[in-house]
Design a protein around this ligand. Structure first.
Ligand SMILES: [Zn+2]
Length: 355
């Protein structure tokens, strides 16, 4: 690309992102059509294909004044309960008469996972609902859902926050992801969003796919389409703790304040722990897992993090940390299969790489 074209493009992206004002008398997602100043709820119908149909619940909060469109999505992993409850609560908390812009809320994408208490995947087709974006209209259920979310939510929004947390078997400390694309104006905006959200540990992801047609993750689907977006995680192992819940609810409200969708000022997190890389430890054996460290603790490279025994008490594997850093999450249950993740350690970034 010629430099002048690049400058024009970045200017256009910046203008769209900063003003972001979409002035529509009504706003529709799925069966939910909200007029200005109202909230509407409905579903995104996903018709039957190679497997069963499903319908994804949606709320559209169409503020009384025009402004940016913010999409909030949770429950791609239907047993990451804190994030799901946070968005369900937020629907009732948002008063459209106070809002400039529009909020699209999808509190529970993976309904089958939630109802059947199956972690990590959609039990209908056995795949993660945050790995198949931008999806396919004629694929399996997860691909069809991903396709419709891309068309109806991502394409219609200016910004997106994808909410996750520790799954049923993950003891996780809260953190967020900031995606560095190399597009300065977009990266600056998403960086300010992540600081406004307020979680004090932030992973810098610089290795996400750049191709919008192979975006894999939801946030990356929005990011590769030029929409400054973030991913956040709080809650763990089937619990819904008030502090985790509050962190997610307040984080969304603070990003809305930062985007001038709500009145009020935001105090961004001032000295977060930036994480440049995730070092993952997987089990080399199947058996019973015993952790030796907790989520959020600092570990040195080589430190023992836990061990696996066979079913009659003999230690068959010792897990050590592959790097020095923060335990972002560690397996929360004794069930351990060869190849499963034992822990993710966040390697702390050189402050220079964060500027
Ligand atoms: Zn998740």
């Amino acid at each position: 690309m010629r430099r002048i074209d690049f400058l024009i493009l970045t200017l256009v992206v910046a203008l769209i992102s900063v003003s972001g004002a979409q002035d529509r008398p009504t706003f529709t997602v799925g069966t939910a059509t909200a007029v200005r100043g109202r909230t509407a709820t409905g579903v995104i119908e996903v018709p039957r294909g190679v497997d069963t149909s499903t319908s994804i619940p949606v709320a559209v909060v169409h503020g009384s004044r025009p402004g940016p469109v913010l999409a909030l999505v949770s429950g791609a992993h239907g047993t990451e309960y804190t994030s799901i409850i946070a968005l369900e609560k937020l629907i009732g908390m948002l008063n459209p008469s106070e809002i400039a812009g529009t909020v699209i809320i999808l509190p529970l994408v993976n309904i089958q996972s939630f109802e059947r208490k199956v972690p990590h995947v959609n039990p209908v087709d056995g795949v993660s609902m945050n790995r198949m974006y931008p999806g396919k209209p004629n694929g399996t259920q997860t691909e069809r859902v991903s396709y419709l979310i891309t068309k109806q939510v991502v394409d219609q929004c200016d910004h997106l926050i994808d909410l996750h947390g520790g799954d049923l078997d993950e003891s996780l400390r809260p953190y967020s992801y900031w995606t560095k694309t190399g597009n300065e104006p977009q990266d600056r905006l998403s960086r300010e969003m992540v600081l406004a959200f307020g979680l004090d540990h932030i992973i810098i992801s610089a290795d996400r796919p750049k191709d919008p047609n192979a975006s894999r993750y939801l946030e990356n689907t929005a990011t590769t389409r030029g929409k400054p977006s973030i991913t956040v995680e709080a809650g763990y192992a089937g619990t819904v703790e008030p502090d985790d819940l509050q962190a997610l609810v307040n984080g969304c409200l603070n990003v809305m304040r930062y985007l001038k969708m709500l009145p009020g000022t935001v105090t961004p997190v001032s000295h977060p722990v930036w994480i440049e890389k995730i070092a993952s430890v997987a089990s080399e054996q199947t058996g019973m897992f015993y952790p030796l460290v907790r989520r959020g603790t600092y570990v040195e490279q080589g430190m023992k993090m836990g061990y696996v025994t066979d079913y009659v008490g003999k230690t068959i594997y010792e897990a050590t940390s592959p790097a020095a850093g923060i335990v972002l999450y560690i397996c929360a249950v004794p069930s351990m299969k060869k190849g499963d993740t034992i822990a993710n350690v966040g390697v702390i970034a050189n402050p220079e790489s964060v500027k």
